[in-house]
Design a protein around this ligand. Structure first.
Ligand code: FES
Length: 356
């Protein structure tokens, strides 16, 4: 064992004659073993499918069976969607629908995933190789070589040659999106124009503003300065499709000092003594705008923090929303209750393609 004059430590490496100690300029710690030989790659072990043609056939059958299983799963999911329709209020139907669609989609994914893995592990070429690191940008020769490699991969994987497997995989991939298409199509209204449905709400002239969810009408005298009320149209709770209608018609009602409101000429008469009503549906992606900052008179959407300025007709002052919240014109009836003058003058909520 030698003593290091510089660091004051002992070097164990100096005890071995087989090891040469190299002292670098800065640290003096690099150690190079002079007799180490690169052992190379271990001998290649062939897979059973490489040496036994029967095993190869078996693996081939398993792979395309899994892809066919995937196709069956996709078809099963579509059939389940039709066979177990969701009836309003029927929990058993909902459970069956969810269960069988889930089973079908799981089978479809499982078949494609397992089939692809099994194909790669059992049948694709089993050559081992070493790829040295090289600059990221390729030369013309490299590009030409990549094309060759693609051809080679095609030959070795058998993608072009094993047509039964290839076609069954293509079939499985084509069939897999079908449940999604059928399910999303089922969400759209069947007999009505979606653009029309999105453009109008159930608010109409004379409809009273009522509390959400009780449906109790609100008098102008109930709305004190600084207060905010969550509002639904009168009679909404009696509608069969009340949830769909509420998703468009929900309103926030606030009272400010009339002097704080900057009202444009075309909206004169849409408010009553500082009481204003705005759509509660965020114009970004439709979350309920539920937070009112009493001091600043700002409405805040909790989803992505879009902020609307109530003093200035709910213009967007922060966040991703692109349009102000639509205003509901209101008035007071002969009994002092707040009523709508009409529906909104523009579609509520997020943008859609046909929105004008
Ligand atoms: S939905 Fe309101 S900010 Fe995104």
């Amino acid at each position: 064992m030698a003593h290091d004059e510089v660091s004051g430590t002992h070097s164990a490496a100096s005890d071995s004659s087989a090891v040469e100690t190299s002292r670098g300029a800065s640290t003096g710690t690099a150690v190079i073993a002079s007799d180490v030989v690169n052992p190379g790659e271990p001998p290649h072990r062939h897979r059973v499918t490489d040496i036994d043609p029967k095993a190869e056939k078996r693996a081939q059958r398993s792979v395309y069976t899994l892809f066919y299983l995937s196709i069956a799963g996709s078809i099963f999911a579509v059939a389940a969607y039709m066979a177990f329709p969701i009836e309003d209020g029927d929990q058993a139907a909902l459970r069956l629908n969810t269960l069988f669609i889930g089973v079908g989609v799981a089978l479809a994914l499982f078949g494609i995933g397992l089939g692809a893995v099994h194909w790669g592990k059992a049948l694709m070429h089993d050559k081992e190789g070493i790829d040295l690191r090289h600059p990221v940008r390729g030369s013309e020769e490299t590009i030409a070589r990549s094309v060759e490699i693609f051809d080679e991969a095609d030959r070795e994987s058998g993608f072009g040659r094993r047509t039964l497997i290839r076609n069954s995989l293509i079939g499985a991939l084509v069939a897999f999106p079908l449940p999604g298409i059928v399910l999303f199509r089922g969400l759209a209204p069947q007999d009505e124009d979606p653009a029309q449905l999105l453009s109008h709400t159930v608010w109409k002239k004379g409809a009273r503003l009522t509390l959400d969810p009780s449906g109790i009408p609100v008098k102008a005298s109930d709305v004190t300065i600084g207060s905010v009320f969550h509002i639904i149209p009168e009679g909404l709770n009696d509608l069969e499709d009340r949830l769909e209608q509420k998703a468009k018609a929900a309103v926030l009602l606030m009272r400010l000092n009339p002097a704080d409101l900057n009202i444009s000429p075309e909206r004169k008469g849409w408010s009553y003594d500082g009481i204003v009503a705005y759509s509660k549906i965020c114009t970004h992606v439709g979350c309920p705008v539920a937070l009112f900052e009493q001091q600043t008179h700002h409405l805040l959407c909790p989803c992505h923090q879009s902020t609307f300025d109530v003093e200035n007709e709910c213009q967007v002052i922060f966040g991703p929303a692109k349009r102000p919240l639509p205003q509901l014109p209101i008035a007071v009836d002969s009994e002092g209750y707040l009523v709508a003058q009409s529906d909104f003058h523009e579609p509520v909520g997020p943008s859609f393609w046909e929105r004008s």
